[in-house]
Design a binder for this molecule. Structure first.
Ligand SMILES: [Zn+2]
Length: 349
C-alpha cells in the first residue's frame, strides 16, 4: 500500500484517501473521480498502478495532494506522476552517457541508479544535465540529494526520476544513514523466487522456461522519439504531451507464458527486452508484418521459445483477467557460474 508522509495533511493512505481529498478540493463527485482514474489507467494500458493513476488525475484536476515543502520520500514511494520530489539516496551505479539523435535533434542521456533501504530507482539525466556525470560530480557510493525532481513512467512501466527544473547535489554529511551500494543490491526488492510464490507488487526474479509467445492485436506501439513516452494518435498525427507533434518511433511489445515447474505466469516484454526475446528489431518485425507474414508464423520460429532464462520484473495484477503477470525488464541467459555462486552463498548463510 502506498503511504506518503505529508506533514501538513497527514499520511495519505491508498486510493480511497486520494479520491476523498480530490473530491473535497475539486468539487467533483467521488464516482466521477473513480471513473477518471479508471480511464487514466486504460489510457496508460494498465502500466501504472491505481495509485499512480489517482495521482495523475489529481494533478490534472489541479489538486495538490502533496505540499512541496520538506517532502523527503523513500525510493519505494516514488511513483509516476509525482512532482516536487526531494530524495536523499546513495549512488549505486553510474552508467556512461550515451548519444541520442532523432531527425535534426540530438543530445546525451545518462542513467544513474539511486538506492536507499527500500529499493532502487533510475535517475535519467538529459542533455545539459549529463555534465554532472561527465565532470565526476558524484560517483558510486556518494550520498546525493535530489531537490524538486519529478517521476515519470518509463517504457517498461517503471518509475523514472527526472530533474527537470530540479537539482542534484552531493551531500558530505556523514551522519546520514544510508546503506552502501553493495548492501542495496543485496537488500533490494529483487529476489529469486518460485513463480508460485510471486506476490502482487514484488520485484521478482525467477529461472523459468519461455513456453509460448501470444499473438497480440498489435505487437508494437508508438512513442515520442525524444522522451520515449507513449504517444496517442489523433487524426493520423502523433502528439507528445511534452514535445508536441512528433514523427513517432515504434517500440515492440510481446506477451507470453513462462513456467518454472511450480506454476506458470503471463509475462510482458517491452522495447529492447522484447527485441532480445524475439531475436528481431522492431523494424524487422514491422517489415515482416508489412510483407504479409503473420505473427504466429514469426513466433513459431522464435529461438527463445522452449529455452530457459532468468526473468526479472515487476509482478502486477492484470486488470482484465485478474491474474498476476510479470512485466519483465530483464531477460538473461541462464548463467551456470553465477547460479553456483548463488547456491554456495545460500548454503553458507
Ligand atoms: Zn516527448
Amino acid at each position: 500500500m502506498l503511504i506518503l508522509e505529508t506533514p501538513e495533511a497527514g499520511a495519505i493512505e491508498g486510493v480511497g484517501d486520494i479520491i476523498k481529498k480530490v473530491a473535497e478540493s475539486s468539487g467533483k463527485g467521488e464516482d466521477e473521480i473513480k471513473k477518471l482514474i479508471d480511464e487514466k489507467q486504460d489510457e496508460l494500458s494498465g502500466l501504472v498502478s491505481e495509485e499512480g493513476a489517482a495521482y495523475i488525475v489529481a494533478r490534472e484536476l489541479g489538486v495538490n495532494l502533496l505540499k512541496a515543502t520538506n517532502r523527503r520520500l523513500k525510493v519505494k514511494n516514488l511513483i509516476p506522476g509525482l512532482r516536487s520530489v526531494d530524495l536523499m539516496a546513495r549512488v549505486v551505479r553510474v552508467f556512461e552517457p550515451r548519444e541520442w539523435s532523432r531527425g535534426d535533434k540530438s543530445g546525451k542521456v545518462a542513467s544513474v541508479i539511486l538506492g536507499d533501504d527500500t529499493g532502487t530507482i533510475r535517475l535519467s539525466l538529459w542533455n545539459d544535465e549529463v555534465k554532472t556525470v561527465l565532470t565526476g560530480a558524484f560517483v558510486e557510493g556518494d550520498t546525493i540529494k535530489v531537490s524538486g525532481g519529478h517521476v515519470k513512467m518509463d517504457n517498461r512501466g517503471q518509475p523514472d526520476l527526472r530533474l527537470g527544473r530540479g537539482s542534484i547535489e552531493k551531500v558530505e554529511d556523514k551522519s546520514i544513514e544510508l546503506p552502501m551500494p553493495d548492501q542495496i543490491s543485496a537488500t533490494s526488492a529483487s529476489q529469486r523466487r518460485d513463480i508460485k510464490d510471486f506476490k502482487e507488487g514484488d520485484y521478482g526474479e525467477c529461472m523459468a522456461g519461455l513456453v509460448q509467445i501470444f499473438k497480440r492485436s498489435r505487437p508494437f506501439y508508438e512513442v515520442c522519439p525524444q522522451c520515449g513516452n507513449r504517444v496517442a494518435e489523433k487524426e493520423g498525427k502523433y502528439e507528445c504531451q511534452e514535445h508536441g507533434q512528433v514523427e513517432p518511433d515504434y517500440r515492440m511489445v510481446l506477451s507470453g507464458v513462462i513456467d518454472d515447474g511450480t506454476a506458470n505466469m503471463r509475462v510482458v516484454f517491452f522495447g529492447e527486452t522484447a527485441e532480445k526475446v524475439l531475436g528481431k528489431s522492431v523494424k524487422e518485425l514491422r517489415d515482416d508484418l508489412s510483407k504479409g507474414k503473420n505473427q504466429e508464423e514469426i513466433y513459431e520460429k522464435c529461438q527463445s521459445v522452449g529455452k530457459d532464462f532468468m526473468f526479472k520484473g515487476r509482478i502486477k495484477r492484470n486488470d482484465l483477467s485478474g491474474n498476476l503477470e510479470m512485466v519483465a525488464n530483464e531477460v538473461s541467459d541462464f548463467d551456470v557460474k553465477a547460479e553456483i555462486r548463488r547456491l554456495l552463498e545460500q548454503v553458507k548463510n
